[in-house]
Design a binder for this molecule. Sequence first.
Ligand code: NZQ
Ligand code: ZN
Length: 390
Amino acid sequence: MLNFDFHTPTYFDFGDGAEKNVGKLVRLFGGTKVLLHYGGGSVKRNGVYDAVVSSLNEASLPFIELGGVKPNPRSGLVYEGIELCRREGVDFVLAIGGGSSIDSAKAIAMGVPYDGDFWDFFGGTKTPEAALPVGTVLTIAAAGSEGSYNAVITLEDGNIKAGNNPSVVCRPKFSIMNPRYTFSLPPYQTACGITDMMAHICERYFTNTKNVDVTDRLSEVLLKTIIANAPTAVNVPDDYDSHAEIMWAGMLAHNNLVGVGREQDWSSHGMEHELSALFDVAHGAGLAVVMPAWMEFVVTHDIARFAQFAVRVWGCDLDYANPEKTAREGIARFKAFLRSIGMPITLSELGIPEDAIPKLVAHRAKIGFPLGSFVKIGADEMTAILNLAK
Ligand code: NZQ
Ligand code: ZN
C-alpha cells in the first residue's frame, strides 16, 4: 500500500425529506446569500426546486439563480456565474442536479475568489487554494461529484473537456441525497449513472500497486451491490430501496475511499472525455463503450487481477489451468451486464462512426499522452482500443 492522505469533510444528509434541511445547512456552513445553480428543468418538473426554495425562504436566506447547465457543462456558463456571484455578493453556491450542475457550481466557486482565469485550475498547473463554499442537492446517482474534490468542464474554445487539479477546497460542504428525487430519471440515464460509478471503482481497482486488500475488498462489495440493485433501479423507477443503495454506492465509488493507497488508472475516463467533448454523448454511455474495450486491450498485463475481478465480482469459476479464460469471462459478463441495463457497448451504437477514431485520437493528442498508469496508453494504444469498440 502507498502512503496517502484522506480528508472528506462533506456533511451528508441522506434520505426521504432531507431537502427540508437545506436552509439550515447553508446557514451552518456560513452562507448568507446563495446562488442556486441547476440544469435544463428536471429539478422544476420533479418538485425538488420548490422544496429547496421553500427551505431557503424558511431560513430567511436571500438567493439568486442561474439555470441552464448542460450535460457535459461548458465554460461559458461558468464565466457568467463567476461574474454574477461577484456582482451580487453571493457567498454560497448551491447546486441542484447531477454531476453537470455540481461541477459547474464548483468551477464557479473556484473562480470567484481567484484573480486569474478559472480554467488555470483545469488546463494548467494551478491548484485552487480558496473557493466559495458549495452545497449540493443530488438528483442523479452517477458522477459522485457530491462527495468528490473533482469537477469536469468543457472549454468551449477548442472543445477541451478536462478535470481540475483536485483540492480539498473543492469538496462540497454538504450534500443532500434523497433517493426519491431520482425516480423521475429516464431508465437510460439511470443506467448511464450506474455505468459511471462502476467505472469509478474499476479505474481504481486495476492497479499495479500490491497489497491493497482493504480497498480491493471494498471495491468488490460496492460493485456487487451495484450489480444486485441495478436491474430494479433501472426497471422500477419508484423503488426506493434499490435507488437508495445505488445512490450511496455512487458516492462511495468516487469520494476516493476505495482509491487511497494505490496507483489509479483513469485512462478510460480520459478516452471517454474525447467522446463526450466531440460528440456530446452521456458520460456513462461513453464509458460503457470504452471501458470494456480497454479491459480487453490490457487484460494480459495482469491476468491474475482480472481473474480476481471475474471470480469475486462476477461469480466466475476460476480455471486454474487457464486463468486467462476466467479473466476474459469476467470482461464478457461485465459487457453482458451493461447490455442488460440498456447501455450501448460499441461506438456505432453510440452514433460515432468508425472514421471518427483518428479525429478522437488527434484531439486527445493536443491535451497530451500518455493516459493511465496500469498500462500507459499512447496514440497507438488509444487507436487500438477504439477499434476494439467499433
Ligand atoms: O439538465 P436537467 O434538466 O436537470 O436534466 C439532466 C440531464 O439531462 C437529467 N437529470 C438529472 N437528474 C434528473 C434528471 N432528469 C430527470 N430526473 C432527475 N432526477 O439527467 C441528464 C444528465 O445530468 P448530468 O448532471 O449531466 O449527469 P451526471 O451526474 O451523469 O453528470 C455527468 C457529468 O459529470 C462529469 C461527467 O464528465 C459529465 O460532465 N463527471 C464528474 C465527476 C466529478 N465531478 O467527480 C467525475 C465523473 O467521472 C464525471 O467525469
Ligand atoms: Zn465518471
